[in-house]
Design a protein around this ligand. Sequence first.
Ligand code: 13P
Length: 283
Amino acid sequence: MMLLHGTDALKAAAATGQALPGFVAYNLETVQAITAAAEIAGRPVLIQAGAGPFRYAGQQALMRLALDAADRSTARLGVHLDHSRDLDEITVCLEAGYTSVMIDGSHLPFAENIALTSQAVRRARDHGAWVEAELGALAGDEDVSTDAVASATAMTDARQAAEFVAETGVDALAVAVGNVHGFTREPVRLDLDRLAAIHAAVPVPLVLHGASGLPTEQLRGALARGVAKVNVNAELRRAYLEAVRDHLPDALPGSDVVGLWSAAREAVTAAALTVIDRLSTNL
Ligand code: 13P
């Protein structure tokens, strides 16, 4: 099967309100689980990983796992680099065959974010890949839920977003509109008016990071306002860990790692299917 190259799936998602899920994978089980979910659902999906998963698994090992799974699958899978601040890391992924990359200059002053993002766009174009960038900063940790609270001052500004997209030529823009990474104690409330203003100001699909635990009506509000890619990690991590916890008593007596990891993999597939279902309803 061909990998999901180009921005067609992203643009189709934007047009129909059926966002493309970007699921974070850390290891063999999560790569396989995400692939299985895409096959069962018959929907396009992005397998993604960034600095945290690469630190854990090794960039080469995890890249190869994801590319191999996507290549062999009957599903339409893209392989995406999540949250990268490093142009060399981006080049390694592009040379390996990644279909898209995210350059994250959101920690930088505006002009520096534009400069870094523009370089990433040039590199990606040479490899036929598309680029996601971020403007505005998201609270929270990408690999561990920290009960983060969004900061009003770090939210994306619509006018700046328009300038940013025009200057850099990015294909998709990740926004900060009250979303945070990981689970939160209080339900997240997105600034949907701000999101609508950004959507009206920029010509590219928007990306919502930090969708784990987001109330359904908030998610639907985002999908109706230009969000065409939705990132989910913590919900899959939680499903994995809960399955490990629940199956450990059965696995321990016989040291049955295959039984344990299979249960974890199935749980992640089920969690991913739930997300895909929430994202696949026509508006
Ligand atoms: P969560 O941390 O809410 O799962 O979001 C994942 C994400 O945005 C990855 O980039």
